[in-house]
Design a protein around this ligand. Structure first.
Ligand code: PMP
Length: 357
């Protein structure tokens, strides 16, 4: 109890994950963490099982095969890919590589819960720029928030938890306002759920702006949340810096094997079908909720957001009692993952009952 912790930890909350169902006999769908609702793809599961034969050995610390495969997909050198156990860890590496005591990190708020914890935990200062009323990033205000102390800007598209995404034009016109020594990380955890017609053109952005980093994860569409694998695509100097600060062997061999298997053409075809299904379910849910009179931000992720404000805890409890575990954000809103059809049907039913109550 007498240990001297860093002062930065004094007011730092602990990350609270989407909670599991209460153990009270009520059957529930846990739709609070934006996980995949599909079972593992058999070929990926088999690759993981095969990888276990080598579990007594350290994984390939350099992740050579996976980085080469990802480099090919992104049209960059393998040296421009940095791996870790989840994109949240890659984001932590980014903060460690860029942010010293008192340096600033600009991001929209609300956005991913982990951002202020990662920044605060490393002694940095979070500069949280309120979202517009539509749940979209206010890029003008974010550009204006950049100071001499800014080292990193985090853009989350589609934004967790509200759902809107950024267009290529929006990101390009934001980037021209950012000094090129400031890194702009684009967190695209939910990219694959995006309407294909309007998805961010990252390849062009990346070619034109050396200070841009892409953050990607295998946790969502690829369904590897429990195995943990995320990566960054960055300029070689920055990717090397991420390697310098990374915890060695963070990406385990089963995680690397699963990620590699997920990149096989036949598996990608199955994942594309799943993404398409999620998109159609998201439209169905949004349409049904719209007919009930709800006005929700337009989501491009595998989730929808109810901006119920003060009612958030009550709305979440109302859903919980009827079989849906959602994620409440203070007195701002509640997020629900688009999951299996039965859960989505129940969400529509309960949301309707809430409006009629
Ligand atoms: N970014 C965003 C926007 C997220 O919502 C999440 C997961 N909730 C992550 C990153 C972290 O993903 P990972 O499991 O790869 O750490």
């Amino acid at each position: 109890e007498n240990v001297r912790l860093r002062p930065a930890l004094e007011d730092l909350p602990v990350y609270v994950p989407g909670r599991p169902s209460a153990d009270d006999g009520v059957p529930r769908f846990k739709i609070s963490s934006n996980e995949s609702s599909f079972p593992p793809v058999p070929a990926v599961r088999e690759a993981v099982i095969d990888s276990l034969d080598a579990m007594y050995l350290y994984p390939d610390a350099a992740g050579l095969e996976l980085r080469a495969a990802l480099g090919e997909i992104h049209g960059v050198e393998p040296t421009q890919i940095a791996l870790s156990n989840g994109s949240v860890s890659v984001t932590a590496d980014l903060v460690r590589a860029l942010v010293g005591e008192g340096d600033e990190v600009v991001f929209a708020w609300r956005s991913f819960e982990a951002y202020p914890l990662l920044v605060g935990g490393h002694g940095g200062t979070s500069v949280q720029v309120p979202l517009a009323a539509s749940g979209e990033h206010d890029l003008e205000a974010m550009a204006a928030a950049i100071t001499d102390r800014t080292r990193l800007v985090l853009l989350c598209t589609p934004n967790n938890p509200t759902g809107p995404s950024l267009s290529t034009e929006q990101v390009e016109s934001f980037l021209v306002q950012v000094p090129d020594h400031v890194v702009v990380a684009i967190d695209e955890a939910y990219r694959e759920f995006h309407d294909p017609a309007t998805v961010l053109g990252t390849a062009g952005i990346f070619r034109r702006h050396g200070n841009v980093v892409l953050l990607r994860t295998f946790s969502k569409l690829q369904g590897l949340a429990g195995l943990r694998l995320g990566y960054a695509v960055a300029h070689p100097r920055l990717a090397t810096a991420l390697g310098q600060v990374a915890v060695p062997f963070a990406a385990s061999s089963p995680a690397q094997a699963a990620a590699l298997a997920s990149l096989r053409p036949e598996v990608r075809a199955e994942l594309d079908r799943r993404a398409e299904w999620v998109r159609s379910e998201r439209s169905r849910v949004q349409r049904a909720l719209g007919e009930q009179g709800w006005e929700l931000p337009s989501s491009q992720g595998n989730f929808v957001y109810f901006p119920v404000g003060e009612d958030s805890p009550e709305f979440a409890a109302f859903c919980d009692a009827r079989g849906l575990v959602l994620r409440a954000y203070g007195v701002e809103g509640v997020r629900a993952t688009i999951a299996e059809q039965e859960a989505n049907d129940l969400l529509i039913e309960i949301a309707g009952a809430w409006r009629r109550r």
